[in-house]
Design a protein around this ligand. Structure first.
Ligand SMILES: [Zn+2]
Ligand SMILES: [Zn+2]
Length: 337
């Protein structure tokens, strides 16, 4: 019943993001980028349960920590490891997988599904540990409708391709599915007791059309849901890093993240270094503040700040963004103040 997140990496190092969608019944860990040291900050159990590892792009500061992730997951037993990224992801991952001398792999479990996102479709390939990741098994391509790459009963993930100079950078938006809570006062008023029937009503795997007996009457699950469940919209989070928007692209991105609860965004340069930011296809403090303000997001969390600045300057950068969008902060663990 929430989306929680942990920014990974220090102010003066690589950054990444760990997200958990918690439905109340199940937890769904996701990871966005994997810079140096980022995977090792996570508990082993978290790292080994990541459902989707989503790369924005493959500049070194976003993939240098992948070996730690791989070492903890190469022979995962119970679930497939999913990797997402821009064009070339299958090739890049194949090289990473094959960057070791493999032995003792023949009887190991482990299956990886690697997806690369282009304009309106994604291509995928399967790799298995028992083959030492040698063979690329191509899987069918899928059209990406309205940006949605993943949709399940707990959450969806949408993507948008941003411009980062010589490589695209994929932005990700995670939406928790709308939540349904039981209207307990209504239940009490109608003298109905909670019981197994309520489990069926709240279950995400039972269809509206199914029927059962309640108080001697045949009821459809759908009718009971309409009567006793209160819908609340799920939470949302967007992750945008390493990009530079043209005026034409800006409006589209703002509409795409409009109303998102949390925006995690790069703030690589001070706005006084705008020329440098444009040259390196990055954003500035002021530009990301304007995006957050115009998209009316709930909160803006800045990461991926340039190491060219001092600690005092990073604090000034935060103030620059807060001047445009007050509800902005750095990751709590940076502890810069
Ligand atoms: Zn980059
Ligand atoms: Zn970067």
């Amino acid at each position: 019943m929430s989306i929680s997140f942990t920014n990974l990496g220090p102010a003066d190092g690589d950054n990444a993001l760990f997200v958990v969608v918690n439905t109340g019944q199940s937890q769904h860990p996701l990871m966005f980028d994997c810079g140096e040291g980022c995977a090792s900050e996570l508990k082993k159990s978290d790292l080994q349960s990541v459902e989707h590892l989503c790369f924005s792009h493959f500049h070194m500061d976003h993939i240098s920590g992948f070996d730690s992730f791989f070492r903890n997951n190469f022979n995962r037993e119970n679930s497939i490891v999913n990797v997402w990224g821009p064009e070339q992801t299958i090739d890049v991952m194949h090289h990473r997988f094959r960057g070791f001398s493999w032995n003792l792999h023949h009887d190991q479990p482990g299956e990886w599904k690697v997806h690369e996102i282009s304009d309106n479709e994604f291509h995928a390939a399967k790799f298995v540990t028992s083959e030492a990741f040698e063979i690329v098994h191509p899987l069918s391509s899928h059209e990406i409708a309205e940006g949605v790459i993943i949709s399940n009963p707990a959450y969806s993930i949408e993507v948008r391709i941003l411009n980062h100079g010589t490589t695209p950078s994929i932005a990700y938006k995670i939406k928790e599915c709308d939540r349904s809570n039981v209207d307990m006062p209504k239940l009490t008023a109608q003298r109905l007791k909670p019981g197994p029937w309520l489990k069926q009503v709240t279950s995400t795997t039972i269809a509206d059309s199914e029927t059962f007996e309640l108080d001697g009457k045949t009821q459809t699950v759908g009718n009971l849901r309409a009567e006793f469940l209160i819908k609340t919209p799920g939470e949302s989070l967007a992750y945008l890093t390493d990009f530079c928007l043209t005026d034409a692209e800006r409006g589209g991105v703002i509409e795409w993240i409009r109303g998102t609860d949390t925006l995690i965004c790069e703030a690589q340069y001070r706005h006084s270094d705008l020329d440098l930011a444009l040259r390196n296809h990055h954003s500035t403090t002021q530009l990301v503040g304007e995006i957050a303000r115009d998209a009316e997001v709930g909160e803006l969390v800045l990461q991926h700040v340039s190491r060219r600045y001092s600690k005092a300057e990073w604090l000034e950068m935060l103030s620059e963004t807060q001047a445009v969008f007050p509800n902005t902060r750095f990751p709590a663990h940076w502890d810069l103040a």
